[in-house]
Write a new protein. Structure first.
Length: 418
C-alpha cells in the first residue's frame, strides 16, 4: 500500500548501504524497519559504478518494502566524500532608513537568503545552511536577534555544498532504482543528530566518524557546526596494511583484523601464539603478535592524522567532548590508542536523540553495537521528524501562502509597536 506517513532514510557508503523505514503517527515514530547490504559502486563517497549501485539500492529497498508492507516512493539519502565543499558567506541588509526597528523572522529570512545567494555557485548545490552568528549595530556574535532593535542586520552563514554533477549522478541512480530523492544530508551532520544529546550541544565538541575509506571530522560550538574536514583514510587503511604485510588478499585481511587485530596491548599476546591463515590451498601459520604490531602501527597513523586535522581548527585542551563513531572503533584497543594520541577522553557515540533512543533500546536488531550500522540513517530520520514538527525560526523562509503572509505581517507589526 502507498503510505505517506513514513520516513525512509538510506545511507550510501563505500562499505555498505543501509536503510531505515520509520512509520509515523501524530509526529511520533510508531515502528521502524532496518536492512543493509554490502555496497556496490561507491568509493571514497563518490559513485564509481552506477549500475552496481542501482542494483544494490533496488534489492535493499525491495527487501525493506517486503518487511514493512509499505510502498516506498521517496527517500532521504546522504552525501559525503571529496565532493563536499564548505564556505562562509556574509550578507548585510538595512532594516530602517532612519532610526531602528525590531528584528523579525522575515528580516532573518531575508538576511539568510541574501547570504545564501552570495555564496551560491553554478557548479555547486547548497545542502545545509547554518548560521554561525548575527551582528547588529551595537553587538556581534548574536545567536538569535529576533526581538532586538537595530538599524541593520548582518549574518555569517556556514554553507555545506556538494558538487552539482555528483549530486545529479546520485539523483539519477536513485531514480533508476525506482525512487525519488526527497532530501539530501551531509553524512556526518546527519549522524551527529542521532548521537548528540543536550550535553554534547554545550561547549566545544569534536565529532569524528571513521568510515571504511574516509573519515569525517566536524567541530561544533554550542551545537552549531563550525568546520568540516574529510580525511582519505579509514578502517580499510588498516586492512590494506595487513594485506600488504601478510601478503594475503583484502577479504582475508579484513577477517583477521576483526578476529585478531588487537591494538596496543602487545605484551598480552604470547610470542609463540600463532593463527592459521589459508593461503591458496594451504594453511600458513602467522604470529598473532605480528598481526597486532601491524594493526597498532596503522591505527596510530590514522589517529595521528585525525589529531593533526583537529589541531588545525581547535586547541585540544579546549575540547569539552570528543566523540567518535564507526565500526573501526570496535577493533580492540582503538579508542585507547586515540585517547593516547590526542591526550583527551574519547567516547564512542551512542544514540542520544530522545526521538529515537527508546526505540533503539527496545529493538533487538540494534542491540549491543549493531546500531552503528544505522546511525546515519537514524540521524536523517531525526532530521525529517524535526522538519515535520517545528521549523527553526532562524532558518524559516517567508510563508508562501497569502493567508500566512498576512498573519506574519500582523505578528511582526505587533512586535514592533507593542
Amino acid at each position: 500500500m502507498l503510505n505517506n506517513n513514513y520516513l525512509c532514510a538510506v545511507d550510501i557508503g563505500s562499505h555498505k548501504v543501509s536503510a531505515v523505514l520509520a512509520l509515523v503517527k501524530k509526529n511520533k515514530i510508531s515502528s521502524v524497519f532496518f536492512d543493509y547490504l554490502p555496497s556496490g559502486g561507491v568509493r571514497e563517497g563518490v559513485i564509481v559504478d552506477a549500475t552496481g549501485l542501482v542494483d544494490c539500492l533496488t534489492r535493499l529497498l525491495k527487501s525493506l518494502q517486503f518487511k514493512s508492507g509499505i510502498k516506498i516512493k521517496f527517500i532521504h539519502t546522504n552525501f559525503s566524500g571529496k565532493d563536499i565543499l564548505t564556505k562562509h558567506s556574509h550578507a548585510v541588509i538595512p532594516l530602517a532608513e532612519r532610526g531602528n526597528k525590531v528584528i523579525t523572522s522575515t528580516d532573518i529570512s531575508a538576511a539568510n537568503e541574501q547570504a545564501r545567494i552570495l555564496g551560491s555557485s553554478l557548479d555547486e548545490e547548497i545542502i545545509h545552511v547554518i548560521p554561525s552568528g548575527y551582528s547588529i549595530d551595537s553587538k556581534s556574535n548574536v545567536i538569535n536577534p529576533i526581538g532586538l532593535y537595530s538599524h541593520r542586520l548582518e549574518v555569517d552563514l556556514y554553507l555545506v555544498c556538494a558538487r552539482l554533477a555528483s549530486l545529479q549522478s546520485l539523483s539519477r541512480v536513485v531514480g533508476q532504482s525506482g525512487y525519488e530523492v526527497r532530501g539530501v544530508s551531509f553524512s556526518g551532520l546527519a549522524t551527529s543528530r542521532a548521537v548528540f544529546g543536550v550535553p554534547e550541544k554545550r561547549g566545544l565538541t569534536v565529532f569524528c566518524d571513521v568510515g571504511s575509506d574516509i573519515t569525517e571530522i566536524m567541530v561544533f560550538k554550542n551545537g552549531l557546526l563550525q568546520d568540516i574536514r574529510i580525511l582519505p583514510a579509514g578502517g580499510n587503511s588498516m586492512t590494506q596494511h595487513l594485506s600488504d604485510g601478510l601478503k594475503i588478499n583484502f577479504e582475508l585481511a579484513e577477517d583477521i583484523k576483526r578476529s585478531y587485530g588487537v591494538i596496543g596491548d602487545l605484551n598480552s599476546i604470547p610470542e609463540d601464539k600463532e593463527i592459521l591463515v589459508k593461503k591458496d590451498e594451504f594453511y600458513k601459520p602467522i604470529k598473532q603478535r605480528e598481526v597486532a604490531v601491524m594493526a597498532t602501527n596503522s591505527s596510530r597513523l590514522i589517529c595521528s592524522q585525525i589529531k593533526e586535522a583537529v589541531e588545525q581548527k581547535v586547541r585540544l585542551h579546549e575540547i569539552d567532548h570528543f566523540i567518535m563513531t564507526g565500526k573501526t572503533l570496535l577493533t580492540e584497543g582503538f579508542i585507547e590508542m586515540m585517547e593516547n594520541v590526542v591526550g583527551v577522553p574519547v567516547y564512542i557515540g551512542r544514540v542520544n536523540n530522545p526521538e529515537i533512543s527508546a526505540l533503539v533500546k527496545e529493538n533487538g536488531e540494534l542491540s549491543e553495537q549493531k546500531y552503528l550500522t544505522y546511525l546515519t540513517c537514524l540521524g536523517m530520520i531525526c532530521e525529517d521528524l524535526e522538519n515535520r514538527t517545528v521549523g527553526d525560526p532562524l532558518l524559516m523562509k517567508p510563508a508562501k501562502n497569502l493567508f500566512f503572509k498576512v498573519v506574519n505581517r500582523f505578528r511582526e507589526a505587533y512586535q514592533e509597536y507593542f
